[in-house]
Design a protein around this ligand. Structure first.
Ligand code: F6R
Length: 239
């Protein structure tokens, strides 16, 4: 595991710069991307770099990490809508393909199965945020290393966050997430962590017992895991 700790002012630019480098060396990269507060400044920095011609998404494929079930297509918290607004609509050309989770057209179980088929085509680089409860994607506590892509019952805090932090009109019924096993099959994983409120859970994920209580801990056995944290998030890990 590689741990990179940066001052908050430099953090998003560094992640965006590293992404540009990856896209330059592998223009047809298959990227799995999260949404939420953590990656938002990274996407802003990346969009600016792509628009200034440092690299392009033209040949890249983007696979969404997860999606809420029970929110309308225009809900502010929808993961596909956020990724479009924060990155995809800000860059031209856009990616060769973008794969959202098909929650509007399909029943949740079918949408999960369809999305797993997409991800089974291979993921070159997966970016993840870290939930305050240790989740990655919507792999909530209780998830195991072999958890498949599936419909997940959300912990109360995760569902409430959709309303309180992301502006959802209602608490989502459930989530659909790529499973831990699918994420671990990615060639490379970058775990992005920012802010003091993640310090305790990052410490548990990186130094506590590996197991279902903190699903992010499973990432430690990935051969190419990079953790990119700001100073506040890494405060306990680097203690
Ligand atoms: C979002 C996702 C979640 C978030 C996590 C952290 O696509 O998969 O696992 O990454 O809940 O959320 P933020 O970044 O808003 O603190």
């Amino acid at each position: 595991m590689e741990l990179i700790v940066l001052p908050v002012e430099a953090w998003a630019e560094r992640v965006a710069g590293d992404l540009v480098e990856r896209l330059r060396s592998a223009p047809d990269l298959r990227l799995c991307l999260p949404t939420g507060d953590t990656p938002a400044p990274v996407y802003a920095a990346l969009a600016a770099r792509l628009e200034s011609g440092e690299a392009s998404l033209e040949r890249a494929t983007i696979v969404l990490l997860d999606e809420w079930v029970g929110l309308g297509p225009d809900d502010a918290a929808r993961c596909d809508g956020r990724l479009r607004r924060e990155l995809l609509e800000r860059v031209s050309p856009g990616p060769a393909a973008f794969h959202p989770v098909r929650v509007d057209e399909l029943a949740p179980e079918q949408a999960a199965a369809r999305h797993d088929d997409v991800a089974a085509g291979g993921l070159g680089l997966t970016l993840l945020g870290l939930g305050a409860n240790g989740h990655v994607g919507f792999n909530e506590p209780g998830s195991t290393a072999d958890s498949p892509t599936r419909v997940v019952t959300l912990e109360a805090g995760s569902g409430d966050a959709a309303v309180a932090r992301y502006g959802a009109e209602r608490v989502p019924e459930a989530g659909i997430t790529l499973g831990v096993a699918r994420l671990m099959a990615s060639d490379e994983i970058w775990l992005l962590v920012s802010g003091a409120r993640k310090a305790e859970i990052l410490d548990q994920a990186l130094r506590g017992p590996v197991g279902p209580d903190v699903p992010a801990s499973f990432l430690r056995s990935h051969p190419r895991l990079r953790v990119i944290a700001d100073t506040a998030a890494a405060a306990l890990v680097t203690r």
